[in-house]
Ligand binder design. Sequence first.
Ligand SMILES: *[C@@H]1O[C@H](CO)[C@@H](O)[C@H](O)[C@H]1NC(C)=O
Ligand SMILES: *[C@@H]1O[C@H](CO)[C@@H](O)[C@H](O)[C@H]1NC(C)=O
Ligand SMILES: *[C@@H]1O[C@H](CO)[C@@H](O)[C@H](O)[C@H]1NC(C)=O
Ligand SMILES: *[C@@H]1O[C@H](CO)[C@@H](O)[C@H](O)[C@H]1NC(C)=O
Length: 287
Amino acid sequence: MVIFAFAFATLLALLPTILASPALSRPLYWFSFGNSHTQTGFNITTGPLPSPGNPMGNPVYPGATATPGENWIDVATTKYNHSLVLTYNFGYSGATVSRDIVPPFADFVRTLPDQIDELVAWNVAQRPRPWASENALFSIWIGINDIDLSYALDIDHTALTNQLITRYFQYIQRLVPPLDRTPELLVQNNATIAAAEARIIAYYNAQLAAGVSQFKARHSGVRMWEYDAHAAFTRVLDHPEQYGFNNITGDDGVTPGQFWFNWLHPVSAAQVIFGKEVGELLGNAPW
Ligand SMILES: *[C@@H]1O[C@H](CO)[C@@H](O)[C@H](O)[C@H]1NC(C)=O
Ligand SMILES: *[C@@H]1O[C@H](CO)[C@@H](O)[C@H](O)[C@H]1NC(C)=O
Ligand SMILES: *[C@@H]1O[C@H](CO)[C@@H](O)[C@H](O)[C@H]1NC(C)=O
Ligand SMILES: *[C@@H]1O[C@H](CO)[C@@H](O)[C@H](O)[C@H]1NC(C)=O
């Protein structure tokens, strides 16, 4: 899982610019892509769009999150922000990196390129554009569904991962949460399967890390941040009491103290921890 900022130069044909001025008087624009861990149900067509006093636009805060309550991008935008941030969140439940590599569970799901297309379509119609590369942040939180939908298949996982990373290299993201510790896997109680999935995740994350380094080397005008969500999940799951949880296997969605809300999603209280950490990560930027 990664959170990163760049000038979107390739896709929107703007010159990369270093995020340099901490004294921007304009609001900052955060364009977010992702899956259910990020989804808030935002719709750029219907509006209202994000604005001061309503920084996530629609629907009403905290939005249609995957599990009840605020998620990480809600709190990173509104509570752990360092300036006024307007967040356009295209995250969509079930999203995969690319429909033709790992198809999402249903056709209607907006995959990563679909989400980017939505932003681009809106963006080309803006005269003038409200944002510029100096005050824009882009983030991608994805990869969970790609692995969840493919890890059990009898295929060449190395080839699949290389394909994913190569195809959408510019969407560099890193470190999916520890799927190997989700209730879905715990239910199977099969160490062989869990270990195999952990290996796939580790390889995926390593390839992403390599991609981030390469991307940075090639784009000196870009600032990037990587949020290691796998490490963050692992930290909480290893020391649940320190974070207010007392049950890391149950996922009935109602019992207090449980880390998981359902088979694949953490509860809001966990999302808030991650959002706070993302806010801290962006601390040296005007976010
Ligand atoms: C946004 O709303 C429009 C109009 O209801 C709908 O056609 C479109 O599918 C929605 N977009 C998303 C991402 O849900
Ligand atoms: C953070 O965002 C909230 C909600 O938009 C806003 O009221 C607040 O002023 C922002 N914080 C800073 C330090 O600008
Ligand atoms: C675990 O899964 C593997 C691969 O599907 C299978 O061969 C093995 O029998 C399973 N072990 C148990 C204890 O279910
Ligand atoms: C965790 O919660 C589940 C119910 O969702 C329960 O069955 C299990 O015993 C609990 N585990 C602990 C360690 O309390």
